[in-house]
Design a protein around this ligand. Structure first.
Ligand code: BEZ
Ligand code: FE
Length: 296
């Protein structure tokens, strides 16, 4: 293998990779083809190549247990939304999935229906209720919902280094009729972390870092596909310019404002509050394959 030039380099790399693990070879062959084609198409200069190397280096250096700059990069480049779409094809009656985001934590506190999951986080009170069903309309009892959201300042608890307890996140189970309810605070729009290389990239591209207000849900139940999604507020100005391309029309719901008075659980409220009612439809395991749902 000598005298490799701009015309023979792509094939030379593909051949050098040929003997590895089959799936890795497939992925790397496609990646090398597209990467080389990209460099040819934009006629990448050496200076630009080095800027790219510096950008990726800084992206890695920005990562720790609390901050995942590479996921932010994937999110802002639309790769996370693409991978979510490719891996969550399902009958259209099922609740759609959207991006996971970087603020989920494994061990959020288990609570009971009716509890306040804000746990001290500031914000306008919001009472959330709803139900979980299968495609056949039957309620799904004992489905585990994990919920997480930011506070009134647009920050998740994990973004507050001084906080020693969870806020605005919890795990709870649906009852025998598939119903759930909890108290929390109103979700607000917030900017994704933009004090690093991804923020500079957005700025250079004339893009803002904002996400429309949303509440995250992960729903798991035996016999059903795991659902990772958000519910968005219908009145948010960023619905059509989400920095991470995660909005689906079917995931936009009405969050209803109420004057002071009795809350849905009977609590006397001396301040205005909101309610959100949301039904989720889970996809039985393998229902998408059974219906022959494939790529468009
Ligand atoms: C989120 O919704 O938590 C999120 C998603 C992608 C990037 C940053 C935040
Ligand atoms: Fe979020």
């Amino acid at each position: 293998m000598r005298d490799i030039d701009e015309f023979s380099i792509t094939q030379a790399v593909i051949e050098a990779n040929r003997n590895g693990n089959a799936r890795l070879v497939t992925i790397m062959e496609s990646l090398v083809r597209h990467l080389h084609e990209f460099a040819r198409e934009v006629r990448l200069t050496e200076d630009e190549w080095f800027q790219g190397i510096r950008f990726l280096t800084e992206t890695g250096q920005m990562c720790d247990e609390k901050r995942q700059e590479f996921i932010l990069l994937s999110d802002t480049l639309g790769l996370s939304t693409l991978v979510t779409a490719l891996n969550n094809r399902k009958p259209q009656e099922c609740t759609e999935a959207t991006v996971f985001g970087p603020f989920y934590v494994e061990d959020s506190p288990a609570v009971n229906n009716g509890d306040d999951i804000a746990n001290g986080a500031h914000g306008i009170p919001c009472f959330v209720s709803g139900s979980v069903h299968g495609l056949d309309g039957k309620p799904v009892a004992a489905a585990e919902l994990t919920v997480w959201q930011c506070d009134d300042d647009g920050l998740y608890d994990v973004q507050r280094p001084d906080l020693d307890h969870f806020q605005g996140r919890a795990r709870l189970l649906t009852d025998a009729e598939g119903r759930f309810n909890f108290r929390s605070i109103l979700a607000v729009p917030y900017p994704i972390p933009h004090d690093g290389p991804v923020g500079r990239m957005l700025e250079g591209l004339g893009r803002h870092p904002w996400r429309p207000a949303h509440l995250h849900f992960k729903i798991e139940a035996a016999g059903y596909e795991r659902l990772i999604t958000h519910i968005f507020r219908h009145d948010d100005k960023y619905l059509d310019s989400d920095a991470v391309f995660g909005v689906r029309s079917t995931l936009i719901s009405n969050w209803t404002p109420h004057p002071p008075g009795a809350a849905p659980d009977g609590t006397p409220m001396d301040q205005p509050y909101y309610t959100l009612y949301q039904d989720f439809v889970l996809c039985p395991n393998s229902a998408a394959e059974a219906k022959g749902i494939t790529a468009r």
